[in-house]
Design a protein around this ligand. Structure first.
Ligand SMILES: [Zn+2]
Ligand SMILES: [Zn+2]
Length: 344
């Protein structure tokens, strides 16, 4: 644990040009990762954005964070006042605490983009679909059959604390709700939304200040993938007048437009690098071979993250006509043959 780490939960207040008060409550998500939950006051009904991971002490930290909002900032709000819970996207660090939060504020309406709604209403089904997509992806990527079960396990599909909800309110792109405007930004997650309140944007995991949000190929899950992500970056960059970006993790961003350009450039550098690796390889390569060459020192869960990240870039290059499948005959003949690429 880092010594600079503040005592969690940490609470900070921000104000929007619409007069909304935004409280950022920082909780632990997983070991080594913190996540922000936002409480919005004077932005329509009292609203909580995201629910944290629900793991470890996360739920207790959320309660303690709300207590701090009352004790240190003089607000009177309690969970009984919360009328809306918005989930920015269907990743466990953002919705894992929803079962608990919902039990504490059963009166609150729960809203999520329609493309991620089934994560909340039919979690087991969504996991089964994702699992099948992942297995097919790992085969295509050239991960050996011996490693496949391990990869499937570390994906962490056994989320025992998640209970499906009977129904949720679904959000769509451009929708306005009490002064909140939703921008659908698929890529990092299918139903990722950014939320604007006047001059403030809650960027969730779409734009982060220090890391480039994780990418996975849309061969695993439609509406993820780098093509969607880069289009969404441009789309969010066209939202005018944002003076403060508040992400799902890490520090506030004063200039989201600059950060968007940096992330964009970073992906294009990575695309060039991967194209170079494929061009210089002595024989056609699989995605797994490219990932092993680029990420030598990663272990455990990070091996899968690195593989997904590389695969998202390989998929982008293929979609944009930069690569071809070198072993097409074998690919046609054998159901589980890995795909080997060469530069087009
Ligand atoms: Zn995420
Ligand atoms: Zn996240």
């Amino acid at each position: 644990m880092s010594l600079e780490k503040p005592n969690l939960p940490e609470v900070r207040r921000f104000d929007s040009s619409t007069g909304a008060r935004i409280y950022r409550i920082t909780c632990d998500a997983f070991p080594g990762l913190t996540v922000h939950i936002y409480l919005l006051l004077e932005a329509g009904v009292p609203t909580i954005v995201d629910a944290g991971s629900g793991l470890g002490h996360a739920n207790q930290q959320l309660l303690a964070g709300l207590e701090k909002v009352r004790d240190e900032f003089g607000e009177s709000v309690t969970l009984a006042d919360i009328e809306r819970i918005i989930i920015t996207h269907g990743h466990i660090d953002h919705f894992g605490g929803l079962t608990f939060l919902h039990s504490q504020a059963p009166q609150a309406e729960i809203a999520i983009h329609e493309l991620d709604a089934r994560i909340l209403t039919a979690f087991d089904e969504r996991v089964a679909v994702a699992k099948r997509g992942l297995r097919r992806f790992l085969q295509d990527a050239g991960v050996g059959n011996d490693l496949l079960p391990g990869f499937m396990d570390i994906y962490g599909f056994s989320k025992k604390n998640v209970q499906s909800l009977p129904s949720v309110r679904t959000l769509v792109d451009g929708q306005q709700l009490d002064g909140l405007r939703f921008v659908h930004a698929p890529g990092h997650c299918p139903g990722q939304v950014c939320i604007t309140l006047g001059n403030v944007m809650l960027t969730a995991d779409h734009v982060l200040p220090e890391i480039s949000p994780h990418q996975a190929p849309e061969s695993i899950m439609p509406y993820t993938g780098l093509s969607h992500y880069l289009e969404s970056l441009e789309k969010v960059g066209r939202c005018e007048g944002i003076e403060l970006g508040l992400g799902g993790h890490q520090a506030p961003m004063r200039d989201i437009y600059k950060r968007i350009k940096e992330i964009h450039r970073g992906h294009h550098r990575k695309l060039d690098k991967i194209l170079g690796v494929i061009r210089e390889a002595p024989a056609p390569v699989t995605t797994d071979e490219i990932a092993k060459q680029l990420y030598i020192h990663v272990v455990g869960f990070h091996v899968l993250l690195a593989l997904e990240e590389v695969a998202a870039h390989v998929e982008y290059l293929y979609q944009h006509g930069k690569l071809t499948i070198a072993n097409l005959e074998q690919f046609q003949r054998e159901e589980d043959a890995p795909i080997r690429y060469v530069v087009a």
